[in-house]
Every structure is written in structure tokens, then in C-alpha cells.
Design a protein around this ligand. Sequence first.
Ligand SMILES: [Mg+2]
Ligand SMILES: [Zn+2]
Length: 328
Amino acid sequence: MNKFIFLDRDGTLNIDEGYTYKTKDLKFFPGVFKALNLLKKNFKFIIITNQSGIGRGYYTERDFNKFNNRLVNELKKQKIKIEKTYYCPHAPEKNCDCRKPNIKFIKEAEKEFDVDLKESFVIGDHPHDIGLGKNANTKTIYLLSGHGKKHFKELKIKPDYISDSLLEAIKFINQKKEKIKTKKEIEKIAKGLKKKNKKIVTCNGCFDILHPGHMYFLEQSKKQGDILVVGLNSDSSVKENKGPKRPINNERARAAVLSSLDMVDYVVIFDEKTPIKLLEAIKPDVHCNGEEYGYDCIEAPTVKKYGGKIHLIRNFGGFSTTKLIKGV
Ligand SMILES: [Mg+2]
Ligand SMILES: [Zn+2]
């Protein structure tokens, strides 16, 4: 599946003085080329634009196409590919089904391209862009460039993010990578990573109250490969291992803290007493463990079965959550 950014055009990519259609008026906002070039690694681009100027008789469909082809070509010169432009040529009073926030065009795109809507974005400078994204179940970013400031008070649906420019929006788009995955999701991700020859490292634990020992353990684990997947014992699994008074922090809180760390790429909560089922799903190249568990730790047979190896990490500074709680 492909992640898409559904871009509004006027006021988002190019400066819009209102019903822009003359090629001589084509001016891109500063930072648009840079932004799209940074995003193209992870996203494909489609333009969806309301062109009521056609329906109102201000310019023709031919004028629109001429302007739009120029815009798409200028982007192409910057090595940015627009997969397709969808436009609604109708005046609002026609009540057509293609004018944003109607989702007809996104539904068409979904059929033509393999779109992962949940991981895709609609970005635009008008409340109907946000409406479009909400109706289609994508994430949404409202731009204050173009008409965004003027229409801000009409915004009835809360966008996922509000940004001054497309370039500034990247910060949000990139940080939005959700690191907490289910076992099924990570199995698929791991397969994809292997195809790209990425070295997958796993480790696991309760990570109840994070201390410098954990940080050292995670840093060292990450160093063993490209992608670090942390198996996190669920609340019931912690209880089973450490007794009824644990964990102090619930699994969502523990997963959130872990996923905020740069060295952690993914977090998967697992219910079993051991991470063996999870390791069966991931088939890591390296599984890291505290040195006290030894090379013949319970995970070893599973990891070795798929050609992986065990890496042991020394217990840095003698920290442990259990000791922290007891105050010793
Ligand atoms: Mg616009
Ligand atoms: Zn229409």
C-alpha cells in the first residue's frame, strides 16, 4: 500500500490571488519544492482542487489545463512527480459530488492507486480540505498560507495539525510515525525490512520505570543493527513475572515512553510470559539480552532457528526498577 499526500493546489502549492489561471501568475510558495522533495521518499502526491472558476465562467477548462500542466511540469523539473490531478469544475450551487469536501476523487484514487488512507494526509488552506480528509479518514493539515488565515474562524473540524507552510508541516508529518505496533503489524513490517536488507534487532523487557541501565541497554541494542524492535511485556505479563504489585506504569504509558526514544524504532506489547511468540513473528537478525541470561537464554533456540544470533549486554551501573522501588 502507498502513503499519499492529497495536496490542495491554489494557496497550498502556488500563491493564489483568487481564481488563478494565467500561466504568468504561476508562483510557488517558498519551500514547496524542498518540502515535496523531502516527503517523496515516503509519500506519493495527488492534487485535488476545486475549480469553481470554470463553472462560474471566469476561465475555461482549457485555461485550467494549461495552467495546471505548467505547474505539474515545473514540479517535474524539481524531480517531484504528481501522480494525478483531480479537479471539480462545478460552481458550488451545482451541488456536485466531486467538490471538496466530497470524497469522490479520493475514492477514485483509492481504486487506481493502492492508497493507505490511514497513513495518508490531506493538506490545504481551506476548511473544505480538512473536511475532505476527515470524510475520507486521512490525517489532515491546515495551512495558514494562502487563504488559511482568512478562513481560520470557519474551521469547524479540528485538523491534526496547523502549519504556517508546507515546509513547516514536514516536522509534523515525519514525527507522526506511529511506533507502537501489534504483533501482526510488526510481522509484516519485519518482512518488508528484510527485503530491504535491514538488520533487525529485538530486545524485550518491562521497562517499568526507565533508568540509565535501560538507556544503556537500548543504545547498545540499537547499535547491533538498523532497526530496533522492543518487545514490551503487557501488564498481565509483568504481573506474572514480577508479582501483583507491578507494573507501576501501565502498558500504554510504558509503550509511550519507549516510543519517544530515538533509538527505539518499534514497540510491540506482548501478553505471554516470554517473547518467544513475538520472536517467531519477527525472526530477528540479533536478539539482545542482559548478560545474566547467558547465550543459552530461553529465546536462543527460536532466534537461532531463523539464522539470528544472541547478543549479551552487560548490566550497566547495577540499576533495576525493582531496586528503585525498594529504595535500595
Ligand atoms: Mg486552496
Ligand atoms: Zn464537481
